[in-house]
Design a protein around this ligand. Structure first.
Ligand code: AFP
Length: 324
């Protein structure tokens, strides 16, 4: 009998246990974050179950949003919520308020639901700025101020990937236990990848540096092999693959959409936070993505994120364009 392997298999590191371990490193911590996270996990389990039952898109979008809003408010640890589904931010009533702001897309990639492609929930968490009534400024903070970010992917398995600012860890839902178990400890993105991921249907409207970069992926001039193209059209699935296998995910600006398509607060920031925490980079075409200061809650930004060296290349092309 392999006692060592069995010991590992039976010593289950659930997401709650993992976060409590992290919490014990901060003696001042009161456990609020652990409580908040357990409510996010509940929302993820609900959506996972609804997706598996094959609910139709419209219903699932609305249901997922309702479940997350209710779970977050009832945690008693939030004060402002920004959801992709709601035009306005939700200010939690004073009796239920806590010190966290949560920005989230309850069901990203939902146009893929009806054909069974992987979709996901994306979230980012800020601490409310000190003192006074919470205001929109509490969520209009640069991404680098997030205290945690993550996503849950509803695919062949249900995987929750999270960073609280010291590395990235992945947990897989064990349906028989109803628990997320640590399956991907300390995720590090490969320094350079062999895959690029972009909607090439928009190529005719791209700017020079993006067009040049994608051309180089297909026809490298330095003798290296061409990169493979993989594009699902569901950010969580495309970013998850990029995180595990390396490479680059691009949603650039184009002539029709000068700010790209993806939303800063609940798509660009959380995924950029995870990429940096895993050793990669995230760039907007102008600056480090996490340095942006959003002016509106549903603002969009172009984004290039992934392996360190691959993002370096696109940064060099934009720098060269600027110095022309
Ligand atoms: P939907 O939620 O409408 O399916 O959009 C998904 C998404 O916001 C993101 O998950 C994808 O990366 C991106 O849009 C795909 O956009 P294109 O269809 O323009 O490639």
């Amino acid at each position: 009998m392999d006692y060592a392997a069995d010991a590992q298999r039976t010593d289950l590191m659930t997401i709650t246990r993992f976060v409590l371990n992290e919490q014990s490193k901060h003696p001042e911590s009161r456990g609020d974050f652990t409580i908040l996270l357990s409510h996010i996990v509940l929302g993820c389990k609900f959506v996972c179950s609804a997706v598996n039952k094959g609910e139709e898109q419209k219903k699932l979008d609305v249901l997922s949003n309702e479940v997350f809003v209710k779970a977050l408010v009832s945690s008693g640890r939030t004060c402002i919520l920004v959801s992709e589904e709601d035009e306005e931010a939700t200010f939690v009533e004073p009796s239920k308020r806590g010190r966290y702001c949560v920005v989230f897309d309850p069901l990203d990639g939902s146009s893929n639901i009806d054909c069974g492609v992987s979709i996901g929930t994306i979230f980012g968490i800020y601490s409310v700025k000190d003192g006074g009534e919470p205001t929109l400024d509490d969520v209009l903070q640069p991404g680098k101020n997030m205290v945690a970010a993550g996503y849950c992917m509803y695919g062949s398995s249900c995987t929750l990937v999270i960073s609280t600012g010291s590395g990235v860890n992945g947990f897989t839902l064990d349906p028989s236990l109803g628990e997320f178990i640590l399956t991907h400890p300390d995720i590090e993105i490969p320094k350079k990848g062999k895959i690029y991921s972009v909607n090439e249907g928009n190529a005719k409207n791209w700017d020079g540096p993006t067009a040049k970069y994608v051309e180089k992926c297909k026809f490298p001039i330095d003798g290296s092999s061409s990169k493979s193209l993989r594009y699902i059209g569901s950010m969580v699935a495309d970013v998850h693959r990029t995180l595990l296998y390396g490479g680059i995910f691009l949603y650039p600006a184009d002539k029709k959409s000068p700010n790209g398509k993806l939303r800063v607060l609940y798509e660009v920031f959380p995924m950029s936070f995870l990429m940096e925490q895993a050793g990669g980079q995230a760039f907007t075409g102008k600056q480090r993505a996490l340095d942006m200061v959003p002016k509106k809650i549903h603002e969009r930004s172009p984004i290039f994120l992934g392996s360190y060296d691959d993002v370096e290349e696109i940064k060099a092309l934009y720098a060269a364009e600027e110095n022309k």
